[in-house]
Design a binder for this molecule. Structure first.
Ligand code: HEM
Length: 426
């Protein structure tokens, strides 16, 4: 799918019979501050599907409907998964096209059979065995980052741990040289704005220029690893290419690395930030975690249900179809509201309560479902579990600093506090 198709203007109107929510805007300041308050204020008719003219998308809110979409990839294509939400100005489009941001954006936006060509080799890196072997590196990085915090009375958990931990782990795993980590991290921030935000026309050219450099960097990394292989994913993928060049091209390897560098980073930063926030919101919860660290995996699952770090994912219909009683035309863009699915009363009892002892939290749809199910789910959860375990061990009296006003990056999909100030002493 090329950038031109991604860039088609969204449908301005809903099909007949579909409820319309004129005021729903997922990039408005109210929504970014508290999407759950907006969710609670929606009329009953907004369940399970309504149309949002502000973005030209059908919003899917119920657990069953979101799951049904994920389960039917022939009807619901992934092509718009990372499409720019707002039309891109022609000058920025030129830069993107010249920089190789085409014609196949990346694994997560491809349908079969192209999707499987990239997913199969990439999946080798994410078996439970491979991920378990990464535990010592994740623990050592967590310890090093928290050693830097030391005994300070107050610190920003995001800057100190939630941001650097997943970035360092995924870049190390891929084979990015350490001196380039900061640069790649910066590019990832631009990527969220381009595909999932509403950047102003004058900012788009700068964003496009950095995106082209980011793509080129990944292609150059593949060449560098081909010359001098290391013990990393890039080199493993090049070994597959050498065995059978027709199975995996060097450009495709660059595309996989481009996917992973982003997918393995902001998502997990958000997961760590959201989990710690929710655990500290009630001091009794933190005390329980400190007393019973065995509850930490359940805490991470509950956080993925209650406040997922990927709050929204997208699909587009390939044919006319009826979803939860609403008729959708071909080409209808769907905003799968994963955060709403996790709060669906039909799927979870007392969904508005964060409950460490819930037994069915892991039914959440925070990692998607089906063919595109998140490749890094095990890794991301492990990083969050290790981060919380080490925080609980070092700081049994950890608290949220009072009166802080949380802010969130202005995009529709990736959600976690940008700063989370915590106090280490009672
Ligand atoms: C921990 C928080 C994370 C969350 C909430 C999350 C969420 C998601 C979601 C919602 C999807 C789309 C699924 C679909 O379209 O059906 C996805 C796909 C993907 N994720 Fe994650 N993710 C996380 C961490 C990671 C990590 C750590 C990595 C890798 C290091 C990763 C790599 C991927 C890849 C490669 C895909 C595309 C898979 C495909 O298209 O086949 N994710 N993730």
């Amino acid at each position: 799918m090329g950038i031109m198709r991604q860039n088609a203007m969204p449908a301005a109107t809903a099909g007949p019979g579909c409820p319309v929510e004129e005021s729903f805007d997922p990039l408005s300041p109210e929504f970014l501050a508290d999407p759950y308050a907006v969710m609670a204020s929606l009329p009953g008719a907004a369940r399970p599907v309504f149309f949002a003219p502000s973005i030209g998308y059908y919003v899917v809110t119920s657990y069953d409907a979101v799951e049904a979409v994920f389960r039917d990839p022939a009807t619901y294509s992934a092509a718009v998964a990372q499409a720019p939400l707002t039309p891109i100005v022609p000058e920025a489009q030129q830069i993107l096209l010249a920089g190789g941001y085409k014609p196949q954006p990346s694994m997560v936006s491809l349908d079969e059979p192209e999707h499987a060509r990239l997913r199969k080799p990439a999946a080798r890196a994410f078996s439970m065995k491979r991920v378990t072997a990464m535990i010592p590196a994740i623990e050592a990085t967590t310890a090093r980052l928290l050693d830097d915090v030391g005994d300070t009375a107050e610190f920003d958990l995001v800057a100190a741990l939630a941001f650097p931990l997943p970035a360092n782990i995924v870049f190390w795993m891929m084979g990015v040289p350490e001196q380039d980590y900061a640069q790649v991290k910066q590019w990832c921030g631009y990527r969220a704005a381009l595909s999932f935000g509403r950047p102003a026309a004058q900012d788009q050219v700068e964003i496009a220029t950095t995106m082209a450099a980011y793509r080129r960097y990944m292609r150059d990394l593949v060449d560098a690893k081909a010359r001098e292989p290391g013990d990393d994913l890039a080199s493993d993928l090049i070994a597959i290419h050498r065995e059978a060049p027709g199975r995996l091209a060097l450009d495709e390897i660059a595309s996989i690395l481009f996917s992973l560098s982003f997918a393995g980073h902001e998502t997990t930063t958000g997961l760590i930030g959201n989990t710690v926030r929710r655990l500290l919101e009630d001091p009794g919860r933190w005390a329980e975690i400190v007393r019973r660290p065995g509850l930490i995996p359940a805490a991470v699952e509950e956080s993925l249900r209650y406040d997922p770090s990927v709050a929204v994912w997208r699909r587009v219909t390939t044919r006319p179809v009826t979803l939860a009683g609403v008729d959708l035309p071909a080409g209808a863009r769907l905003f799968l509201w994963l955060a709403a699915a996790g709060r669906d009363e039909a799927a979870f009892s007392r969904p508005g309560q964060f409950d460490l002892h819930r037994t069915d939290a892991e039914r959440h749809l925070a990692f998607g479902k089906g063919l595109h199910y998140c490749l890094g789910a095990n890794l991301g959860k492990l990083e969050a579990q290790i981060a919380v375990a080490e925080l609980a061990r070092r700081y049994p009296h950890l608290r949220l600093a009072p009166d802080q006003h949380l802010t969130f990056h202005p995009n529709i999909s990736f959600r976690g506090p940008q700063v989370l100030t915590v106090r280490t002493h009672p």
